[in-house]
Design a protein around this ligand. Structure first.
Ligand code: ZN
Ligand code: ZN
Length: 422
């Protein structure tokens, strides 16, 4: 067997999803390549048994989960609200994280806590950011002084989506206080603590009414078949599936023809190559590749795009300086936006009718912001243009696999190579 290492992961994903083995994919491959392929497919299915059934079952279960929760209505929501979910910040500054490990604890008023935040150093300023994504209706946490530690006083500022919601004075003789916050519709919860030589802890940070989803592509999207993302809550197991429509249309991702001090991520196959914004992984976008204070990305629109939309956000836990984003169409300033380390993601739409060159730039020292989720409206149409690559050579009695990938948009499909006759 010969397999290119860079494609192993993709191949594994196909196998796991049952796409390579399933009847649906077989039909697609047959359409593409004729009867020889169908025979190869049958041989593969016979030897491999029923892994495709397993994959299909998982997807169906996920769908059922959604239907049930919707049918149960309000009662289900109330029950859901009572299930505690651990909240972990997507970005912190001068805080240490406690992850719930039962062998490690900090203490406040002689009570031990295993999950939360404590000072990482002697800095007078600390911050923690939580992405609630508008899904958690309630949040609770215990705030107190860490036993026997530095006893300066401090102030805690709690922000909901950038708006100051509550202020609390912290003193070394305070009793541990349980805060209960109404976070209905709140996307970002921010804790800012200011005050010198102080040691306060934030424990049992818990959310209610939402979930901590981990996403997984349980069925790979292709030119001929829908893909499925499965979202599973790592705390309570609640799960649902989301269908990604088949890539029958050719819609290329808008990529810069030139970047300065930035790096454009376009490869969707290597899932290690990604960046994080507000706790979410992104695989396509433009991010800084050095410490320069001036960055730009240039796009050739050729006067064929009516509008371009993108999102800008701060790269989690990366350099925290502020910056100013500027967007130019043919040299004319079209948008200006302030960027800060604790900003919420901002989606920007630029009217680009008649524009040839689009420039997205930002300036500001020691900062790190990402441009992602790029989309557009265009009168231009594209056609798929596939290149073939052999993932697995066919041998005597053993089928092989090849993939076809569109050079314009990255859409792909797989095809079984019939086994070689003796
Ligand atoms: Zn959950
Ligand atoms: Zn294409």
């Amino acid at each position: 067997m010969v397999m290119k290492s860079g494609k192993r992961r993709f191949y594994a994903a196909l196998l796991a999803a049952g796409l390579v083995l399933s009847a649906g994919a077989g039909g697609a491959a047959e359409e593409a390549a004729g009867t020889g392929v169908a025979e190869g497919m049958a041989a593969e299915t016979d030897t491999a048994g029923n892994p495709s059934d397993n994959a299909a079952g998982a997807v169906t279960d996920a769908d059922d989960g959604v239907a049930e929760s919707a049918a149960d209505g309000a009662a289900s929501d109330d029950t859901l609200n009572q299930v505690p979910h651990v909240l972990v910040p997507y970005q912190t500054e001068n805080f240490d994280l406690w992850d719930g490990n039962p062998t490690k604890a900090f203490s406040m008023m002689a009570a031990e806590y295993h999950q939360g935040l404590t000072p990482a150093n002697y800095d007078s300023y600390r911050q923690a950011l939580y992405n609630l994504d508008g899904k958690f209706s309630r949040m609770t946490l215990a705030v107190g002084h860490i036993d026997g530690e530095r006893d300066g006083s401090a102030s805690l500022y709690i922000y909901k989506d950038g708006e100051l919601a509550q202020t609390l004075n912290l003193t070394s003789d305070m009793m541990t206080q349980k805060l209960e916050l109404d976070t209905t519709g709140v996307k970002q919860l921010r804790l800012d603590q200011e005050g010198g030589d102080a040691a306060y802890g934030y424990a049992d940070v818990t959310g209610y009414g939402g979930h901590n989803f981990v996403e997984e592509m349980s069925q790979v999207v292709s030119v001929f078949s829908d893909g499925v993302y499965t979202y599973t809550c790592k705390d309570c197991g609640y799960s649902y599936g989301e269908t990604i429509p088949e890539q029958s249309e050719c819609v290329p991702y808008l990529t810069p023809y030139q970047t300065t001090n930035m790096y454009s991520l376009e490869d969707t196959e290597d899932t290690q190559d990604c960046f994080y914004v507000m706790g979410k992984a992104y695989y396509k976008g433009t991010i800084p590749d050095n410490y320069d204070s001036r960055r730009e990305a240039l796009y050739n629109l050729g006067q064929k795009y009516n509008s371009v939309t993108f999102t800008v956000g701060h790269c989690d836990n990366e350099r925290k300086g502020s910056a100013v984003l500027r967007v130019f169409g043919d040299g004319n300033l079209m948008k200006e936006l302030e960027l800060t380390k604790d900003m919420l993601n901002q989606t920007v739409t630029i009217n680009t009718v008649g524009v040839t060159q689009l420039k997205i730039s930002y300036e500001g020292g020691d900062s790190s912001y990402a441009i992602f989720d790029m989309s557009y409206e265009s009168a231009e149409t594209w056609e798929h243009n596939f290149t073939r690559e052999v993932l697995l050579e066919a041998t005597v009695g053993q089928t092989g696999i090849s993939t076809y990938t569109c050079v314009n948009c990255g859409a792909c499909y797989t095809e079984i190579i019939p086994a070689v006759d003796e």
